[in-house]
Design a binder for this molecule. Structure first.
Ligand code: HEC
Ligand code: HEC
Ligand code: HEC
Ligand code: HEC
Ligand code: HEC
Length: 447
């Protein structure tokens, strides 16, 4: 059946299409890898639950028919989850500091096919075949048949000819199609978007828990509803999922847009980066209330509302991501009389700014953004879904006159500090992180 389908494919004109997006790896056929590495296969048979190398198909195979989906996915952070040069230094540092204890933990989510086919360890990925290097890809997600635990990746894999999806009513010459309710549910995402430190129990990433217990979770507005459409909010994306597939009112978009506009721009995916900025801008609103006291003090109350995200903002790797407030007051001549949250000439944010983020506490009680060192939560200030947080600034105005107060809610998908740390450790200087303005508000006051 499979061979027949491939034969059919090879006579169709779209055979010239060679996969989705740039592939920086050699394009080996997955079948050619099966059983090639005798040592790896041996390990496979020793460890129950492991599959043979080559058991999962390469996205290039799927791209023959699922062309658009493949293009979208190739620009997603899922496709970059292993090769991501903002991930790799953190992963290697964890490996070094824990003597390799974290290899399979991190790899389970960032390189699930490698982790499940005995290609990890070694930690450096030198045993990975081409499919393993492509992060979280089609055949990993679409051969999932269950979930055993709702954190640290509890997906059950059944690789093979049956592809599980949200409909099950389509016909494919290449594979069987099976309806899977799981794929339409937030649990499918949650088991990876919930990271718990295996020894200290600290919640490293809590998107799933947070969603499950908020209004979106209770009303069943799923991760897929918001993240598998190209625009913010619960939208529609009409089209076909395969070249010869049926026309659908809402075809699942596979770009998985999130906050990573900086990384996306650096990867050359400028359209995806812009979509990411749209998501960020749709998530928050800022409102101002001012009160000028008799003694010349301006009381500026800043309310930050989470209006568009189904979880706290920021979420995910909130120990690398930051959101903060920039407040600036200028006099009628445009001179700055007060400023908070500015960026200095080394691209660092004013340390006295109001930050919305998480930091861990390590064994010595110091604040850290290194997840494997987490012994507790050291700092946690984020805006809950459908909720808000306020901060009141007390600003001494220098004299009579009219003043303009501007507030901006800013976002960085990682801190400049985390990039400086990478440069210090590896010698590789990554481009400076770029900020995104999520929301802004302005008011004029008189003294
Ligand atoms: C020969 C063409 C072809 C190839 C190659 C192919 N598919 Fe499909 N696939 C289809 C068609 C056609 C459909 C039905 C689409 C429709 O009508 O909506 C489909 C449907 C699906 C579905 C949807 C199931 C559902 O519930 O609707 C999934 C998931 C899927 N394919 C995954 C894959 C994966 C993963 C690969 C690569 C390993 C792959 N496909 C390779 C043609 C193909
Ligand atoms: C992170 C997991 C993940 C990855 C990676 C992934 N998918 Fe999907 N895919 C899903 C989920 C979940 C759905 C169902 C979304 C929904 O609820 O409608 C889906 C839906 C689909 C559908 C049906 C679309 C529709 O609306 O009819 C097809 C076909 C498909 N995927 C193919 C692919 C192909 C091909 C790739 C690789 C290029 C891929 N997927 C990568 C999770 C994934
Ligand atoms: C196998 C584990 C796994 C599954 C399943 C999974 N994810 Fe992810 N997801 C990841 C990892 C790992 C990253 C981070 C990759 C990176 O940045 O290197 C990520 C990143 C993301 C991002 C961030 C994108 C950005 O721009 O920062 C979004 C949004 C996302 N996933 C949504 C989803 C949704 C929705 C689902 C379910 C349909 C899902 N994920 C299923 C592991 C997973
Ligand atoms: C109501 C729509 C909605 C729902 C439901 C939703 N998200 Fe989001 N998500 C957003 C928006 C908007 C953003 C952009 C704001 C941001 O980056 O924090 C976002 C950002 C993210 C990010 C990037 C992290 C960040 O803070 O920059 C990840 C990862 C993510 N979502 C995963 C998920 C997962 C997993 C689920 C389900 C458990 C989910 N989302 C449910 C709207 C939603
Ligand atoms: C249970 C799944 C899971 C495990 C285990 C896991 N991660 Fe992740 N990782 C994710 C998800 C999901 C994201 C994306 C969250 C977001 O977008 O905010 C992510 C994102 C990251 C990022 C940010 C990458 C970027 O481009 O922004 C780094 C760095 C990272 N993880 C390092 C690690 C390290 C190191 C380990 C092991 C100590 C690890 N992760 C273990 C799921 C996991």
């Amino acid at each position: 059946m499979k061979h027949l389908a491939l034969l059919v494919m090879s006579v169709l004109p779209f055979t010239f299409f060679i996969g989705c997006g740039d592939i920086n790896t050699t394009k080996e056929q997955p079948a050619a890898n099966a059983g090639k590495d005798a040592a790896a296969v041996e390990t496979t048979s020793e460890k129950p639950g492991l599959h043979e190398p080559g058991a999962f198909e390469d996205p290039t195979v799927c791209s023959h028919c699922h062309r658009e989906i493949c293009e979208e996915w190739s620009r997603s952070m899922h496709a970059n989850a292993w090769t991501d040069k903002w991930y790799q230094p953190d992963y290697i540092q964890a490996h070094q500091e824990t003597d390799g204890a974290t290899d399979l933990l991190c790899g389970a989510c960032h390189a699930p096919i490698a982790a499940r086919t005995g290609q990890l360890p070694p930690a450096d990925g030198s045993k990975f075949d081409a499919t393993s290097r492509r992060g979280i890809s089609c055949d990993f997600c679409h051969t999932v048949t269950g979930i055993e635990q709702m954190y640290n990746m509890g997906h059950v894999s059944t690789p093979g000819n049956v592809k599980n999806g949200p409909r099950g009513d389509g016909k494919s010459l290449y594979h069987e199609v099976k309806y899977s309710e799981l794929h339409t549910k937030a649990e499918f995402c949650g088991s990876c978007h919930m990271v718990i430190h295996p020894t200290t129990g600290v919640h490293i990433i809590d998107t799933w828990d947070d969603w499950k217990n908020n209004e979106y979770g209770k009303q069943g507005v799923t991760c897929q509803d918001c993240h598998m459409t190209p625009t913010p909010g619960v939208g529609k994306n009409p089209g076909r999922s395969a070249l010869m597939g049926k026309k659908r009112e809402n075809r699942a978009f596979h770009g998985f847009i999130g906050g990573s506009s900086y990384v996306q721009d650096e990867l050359g995916n400028h359209k995806q980066a812009e979509m990411s900025r749209e998501f960020l801008r749709a998530a928050a609103e800022v409102k101002l209330a001012d009160n000028v006291m008799d003694d010349g003090t301006l009381e500026l109350k800043v309310d930050v509302h989470n209006v568009g995200a189904g979880h706290k903002i920021p979420t995910g790797t909130t120990y690398i991501r930051i959101m903060w407030l920039q407040v600036e007051v200028t006099d009628s001549a445009g001179k700055v009389v007060y400023s908070s949250g500015h960026i200095d000439n080394k691209n660092h944010v004013d340390p006295d700014a109001v930050f919305f983020r998480v930091l861990f506490r390590d064994a010595e009680g110091n604040l850290t953004g290194k997840s494997w060192r987490a012994h507790g939560i050291g700092y946690d200030r984020r805006i809950p879904a459908n909720g808000m947080d306020s901060e009141t600034y007390r600003i001494a105005l220098p004299g009579k006159g009219e003043y303009k107060a501007t507030t901006r809610l800013m976002y960085r998908s990682m801190t400049q500090q985390s990039l400086d740390d990478i440069a210090k450790r590896t010698g590789e200087t990554l481009p400076p992180v770029v900020s995104v303005e999520m929301a802004a508000a302005q008011t004029t006051v008189k003294l």
